[in-house]
Design a protein. Structure first.
Length: 163
């Protein structure tokens, strides 16, 4: 009985946690190199996330990119947020089919397109060789995110980075 309760609790926690993973058409992070040391990073959230959480995850991915490129510091040169509208097709389904005498019939329940909004945060970052005023410490951002401490995000620009 204890094992069942423990398993239910773990599954419940997993279902509530936002997914931090690469973007695959619905939610997640993505990045694009603009120059050797400059990247556009974005995070698209799910239905349970808000803009602040998306900004936190975009910054976390920016910090990971800095470390992957051998840099411990980076600066945010522009930032923004928007609501991304995604569409999903719900296919038509056959609900009945059969025949009566020489007549055949098929009942089809129509398909439709479902639209839904997703919060998205974008940052353009420049990787730095050394710390400078206003620079962000990549190791600290990742540490804060992993320990569930709130990561502050400075709204440096009203416009999203150019794509």
């Amino acid at each position: 009985m204890r094992m069942i309760l423990l398993l239910a609790a773990v599954l419940g926690l997993c279902a509530c946690a936002p997914l931090y993973a690469p973007y695959r058409g619905d939610t997640g992070y993505s990045e694009a190199a603009v120059q050797t040391d400059t990247f556009d990073v974005s995070f698209v959230g799910n239905d349970d996330m808000n803009e602040t959480q998306c900004r936190k995850f975009a910054l976390m991915r920016a910090a990971e990119l800095a470390l992957l490129h051998g840099r411990a510091w980076f600066e945010v040169t522009s930032a923004g947020a928007r609501t991304r509208v995604l569409a999903g097709e719900v296919p038509a389904t056959v609900t009945q089919s059969g025949s009566r005498g020489r007549y055949r019939y098929t009942s089809v329940t129509g398909g439709y397109t479902q639209y839904y909004d997703r919060p998205e945060a974008m940052v353009r970052i420049h990787l730095l060789a050394a710390a400078k005023e206003g620079a962000l410490d990549a190791n600290q951002i990742i540490h804060d995110a992993r320990t569930q401490e709130k990561v502050e995000f400075k709204d440096l620009a009203a416009q999203p980075p150019a794509r």
